[in-house]
Design a protein around this ligand. Structure first.
Ligand code: HEM
Length: 365
């Protein structure tokens, strides 16, 4: 269960892009990564590791190094698991895992201790770490359980949102008609005197369709996460022995001509014509999986992606770098458990709102 404040995070993506970058070619992923990092660490730990100038210091550097090591180690584990004879290539892996785990636990325990002291002084806060520490006795959670849960949220919530927004932005630059239609909706609903907030989402149906269409065309986890069968089953005529690792190829379903009209076309209107659920009830669109191991951060993920896209589109007109045509944007993807675009997207952001709306805003922790 995710505490309500966690599901109502505000993403000030604009603070990271800024009006002073007008006309410059930006590496969009760099800014999205900074927003995702700050969002997730605020939700989980109640901390921003990156300051207003985009500089990461102290605990933040340690945090970033741990995330990056975890991803590298995770990737090698998957390879060795699928091709057992490759195990010999990774002789140090167990030691590396133990070292990584110890480093991660040290940092997390220090942060947990800070929260325990703060809670004793001024009562419970609503960050995920506080929620878990408060529920520790009720649900018999060990410290290791809590550390595991905290890091599940971090690793699962960061790349997925960045990939979704980068894919959507690439499509919006390739399809200026869609970008303009979204901006017209934002101008109508939000106007020119304030920024988008979460309470606007229900009045922005076209923006919501863009989020769905982006997750359909560019699902961040195209094979979902691996599941292991706990008994022998037969599905669609195939025997799946007990203990098999099973991947569901949602990418194939989302691009299937038998399921979607013109599946390769980025056309958010398809979801205005037919409202397709994407939270596990309609098997045509399962970017978050389905069933009891479905993504527990689905609604949070949707809100984060909607908020980031809403801010980016409301504040800026997005075009390809000078001398590049929209159709030249490389949309190929790197294979992996999460699939980033092979070539990080570059784009030019031109401000479209009054200057005061680009100022940094104070935030509450
Ligand atoms: C657009 C964003 C996101 C997408 C597309 C996404 C997608 C997924 C998918 C496909 C799975 C595996 C489901 C399965 O295999 O059945 C998953 C699992 C998970 N997701 Fe997400 N996710 C997103 C954002 C988030 C966020 C923001 C969080 C939390 C902060 C989160 C936390 C998790 C966790 C903890 C799991 C593992 C659940 C388990 O093993 O039972 N996700 N996600």
């Amino acid at each position: 269960m995710i505490p309500s404040r966690i599901s109502s995070v505000k993403t000030r993506t604009i603070c990271h892009v800024g009006a002073d970058n007008s006309g410059k070619t930006l590496l969009v992923r760099k800014y999205l990564g900074a927003v995702a990092l700050n969002n997730i660490t605020r939700l989980v730990f109640g901390k921003r590791f990156m300051n207003a100038e985009g500089v990461i210091e102290g605990q933040g550097l340690e945090f970033k190094a741990i995330v990056s090591d975890g991803l590298k180690l995770g990737a090698s584990l998957v390879m060795a698991e699928f091709i057992p004879w490759l195990h010999w290539i990774y002789p140090m892996e167990e030691k590396a895992f133990a070292k990584h785990g110890a480093r991660r636990d040290r940092l997390t325990r220090a942060i947990m201790e800070e929260h325990t002291v703060a809670r004793q002084k001024s009562g419970a806060k609503q960050h995920f770490v506080d929620a878990l520490l408060t529920l520790k006795d009720k649900y018999d959670l060990s410290e290791d359980n809590i550390i595991g849960l905290l890091w599940d949220m971090i690793t699962a919530g960061m790349d997925t949102t960045v990939i979704s927004v980068e894919g959507a932005m690439a499509e919006l630059i390739k399809n200026p008609r869609v970008q303009q239609k979204a901006q017209e909706e934002l101008d109508r609903v939000v106007g020119f005197e304030r920024v988008v907030t979460e309470s606007d989402f229900s009045n922005l149906p076209y923006l919501q369709c863009i989020v769905k269409e982006a997750l359909r065309l560019h699902p961040p986890t195209p094979l979902m996460l691996p599941h292991r069968s706990n008994s022998h089953v037969k599905i669609g005529g195939y025997d799946i022995p007990k203990g098999s690792n099973v991947h569901v190829n949602v990418w194939a379903i989302f691009h299937d001509l038998a399921v979607w009209n013109s599946p390769l076309e980025f056309r958010p209107e398809r979801f205005l014509e037919e409202d397709v659920d994407m939270k596990g009830h309609d098997f045509r669109l399962l970017p978050f999986g389905a069933g009891r191991r479905m993504c527990p951060g689905a609604q949070l993920g949707i809100n984060l992606v909607t908020s980031m896209l809403g801010h980016l589109l409301h504040h800026f007109v997005w075009t390809p770098p000078q001398g590049t045509k929209p159709e030249e944007i490389d949309m190929s993807e790197n294979p992996g458990l999460v699939t980033y675009m092979s070539t990080p997207m570059r784009a030019v952001a031109t401000p479209r709102l009054p200057p005061e709306l680009y100022k940094r805003m104070p935030y509450e922790m």
